[in-house]
Design a binder for this molecule. Structure first.
Ligand code: GLN
Length: 536
């Protein structure tokens, strides 16, 4: 039977529950344990696929095609193991299941209620990962903040689970904030005391407090927190602001978070964590010998979280190349031809980001034209690849009006178009081409050299595709489809001949980049931006 760790958050959102959970999981995994993490989100959307990135940041996609919270990206990047649909549950999904069962008559005339029906479904989902897997530890992160109305059924379910599973098999970690009051020059514990009170009201006594803080927590303060919150002093863990999220596992190790958890779970004589690879990565990340500047052309640049996985993939690829990747956000909505010249001239490479809808397309096309003509390394992802095709068809092949039907449904030259099976779909949730698909690479292409193999699997999230009717003319003019789906023939990668590095991909490579396996295309793009490794 697996042991369970529940992670709740107090005082404010954005304290980094995902990073703390992933860091703890990393430490436990480094001790040889099989660990997974799941995220429960209290909102009513069935999944985050229909959410604008401004709401909760990017939508992460798993191998099995689930559209999930971006925290699952952290879990995969830290643990280097894939997650699935079962690792992300929302209130919407819980209610959907219960209501469908009610319609099917499964409750035999009973009144369907939050307790026990919704809480039972939460408990069923919370323990679902155990089936068919051999996990030693399952970490469950509860989204939102204790005290929110939406969190209540989850807290009640955790309270019950501690009885169902046995208290010795569960640990409850509360992540909280210790604010620093500048005027008083003091760290304050009161918000944490209140937050723990709130948890106690829900029947949960936290076993461990993880305290986010800008300054070190003095001994007296730890003692005070322990006293007021009914935990032992060793269970008050300092989580000081870190230079990078990848420092957090080591900071947690120093604070003995993993040891404390194992002790509470009665897991004795565990080997010390083996973090050799992790430390090697950190060493390279923090001691770059070179630097590249990459323009990130997108329309959600105001919010870092909107391109989370891309930013992280750049960090991994930078470390791999022992170089610092400086990412300059370029807003596609304001980028016109003259601005493109000024803003893109000094860059070592540009990445054109994924996206939806017409807004910002013109700027993406200008950026691509500039880097294509000026031989600056280019990497286009999903919409970025589709824009590269449109730009090439218009400006190289002279096909006036070449467009994606997403942008202009009436275009006479639909170089990017809906797949026939997408045309009849009207519902938005979960209906895109989602998850991992195979792709065959052409020998000696840039992509083949980057991956070092000819068959790859990459994750998708899009409705529109390259229109194969244009393939022949396009290839004759020098834009080559170097990656194709072996079953459907759909174009997955385009590359330009006579260009130092011009790669557009229909899939999302950023979703598969991890600390241990930096993504080959990001690594090769950065290498190209470094001008084949020459020190600048
Ligand atoms: N909007 C485009 C499509 O649906 C691209 C999607 C994306 O960039 N993820 O095909």
């Amino acid at each position: 039977m697996a042991k369970y760790i529940f992670v709740t958050g107090g005082v404010t959102s954005s304290l980094g529950k995902g990073i703390i959970s992933a860091s703890l999981a990393k430490l436990l995994q480094a001790r040889g344990l099989r660990v997974t993490i799941q995220k429960f989100d209290p909102y009513i959307n069935v999944d985050p696929g229909t959410l604008n990135p401004y709401e909760h940041g990017e939508c992460y996609v798993t191998e099995d095609g689930a559209e999930t919270d971006l925290d699952l990206g952290h879990y995969e990047r830290f643990l280097n193991t894939p997650t699935s649909q079962a690792n992300n549950v929302t209130t919407g999904r819980i209610y959907q299941t219960v209501i469908e069962r009610e319609r099917a008559g499964a409750f035999l005339g009973k009144t369907v209620q939050v307790i026990p029906h919704i809480t039972d479904e939460i408990k069923r989902r919370a323990t679902l990962l155990e089936k068919g897997h051999d996990y030693d530890i399952i970490i469950t992160e509860i989204g939102g903040t204790v005290g929110d109305i939406e969190s209540l059924p989850y807290l009640e379910a955790i309270r019950q689970l501690r009885w169902d599973l046995g208290k010795e098999n569960c640990v409850s970690i509360h992540l909280t904030l210790i604010p620093y009051l500048k005027a008083a020059r003091e760290l304050k514990t009161k918000p944490t005391q209140h937050s723990v009170k709130e948890l106690l009201q829900a029947g949960i006594q936290p076993d461990i407090l993880v305290c986010r803080t800008e300054y070190p927590l003095p001994r007296e303060l730890r003692a005070k927190l322990a006293l007021f919150c009914n935990v032992d002093e060793k269970s008050v863990i300092e989580a000081i602001d870190a230079e990078t999220i990848y420092d957090v596992p080591l900071l947690m190790l120093k604070e003995n978070l993993d040891k404390t958890v194992l002790k509470k779970l009665g897991m004795k004589n565990m080997p010390e964590p083996d973090l050799v690879n992790w430390k090697e990565f950190l060493g390279k990340l923090k001691n770059p010998t070179r630097e590249v500047t990459i323009g990130l052309v997108g329309k959600y640049n105001e919010l870092q979280d909107a391109y989370k996985s891309i930013h992280e993939a750049f960090l991994h690829a930078g470390a791999e190349n022992e170089c610092k990747v400086r990412v300059v956000p370029l807003h596609s909505e304001t980028l016109d031809a003259s601005e493109a010249k000024i803003k893109l001239a000094g860059l070592d490479g540009i990445l054109v980001a994924p996206g939806f809808g017409e807004r910002g397309i013109a700027g993406k096309l200008e950026a691509i034209r500039y880097v294509r003509e000026n031989k600056i390394p280019f990497f286009g992802i999903c919409l970025g690849m589709q824009c590269a095709v449109v730009e090439f068809c218009r400006n190289v092949l002279g096909i006036d009006g070449a467009d994606s039907t997403e942008v202009n449904p009436d275009t006479l030259e639909p170089v990017i178009d809906l797949m026939p099976d997408q045309k009849k779909i009207t519902a938005k949730g979960g209906t895109m081409r989602l998850g991992a698909y195979a792709c065959k690479l052409s020998k000696n292409s840039l992509s083949h050299k980057a991956y070092g193999k000819t068959e790859i699997w990459e994750r998708h999230r899009h409705r529109y595709e390259f229109n194969n009717q244009y393939l022949e003319v396009m290839e004759r003019a020098g834009m080559i489809a170097t990656g194709k789906n072996p079953d459907s023939g759909l174009v997955e990668i385009v590359e330009l001949k006579d260009h130092p590095y011009f790669v557009g991909v229909q899939f999302h490579p950023e979703l598969k980049s991890t600390v241990e396996n930096p993504h080959p295309l990001f690594v090769s793009f950065i290498r190209a931006a470094l001008k084949d490794g020459k020190i600048k």
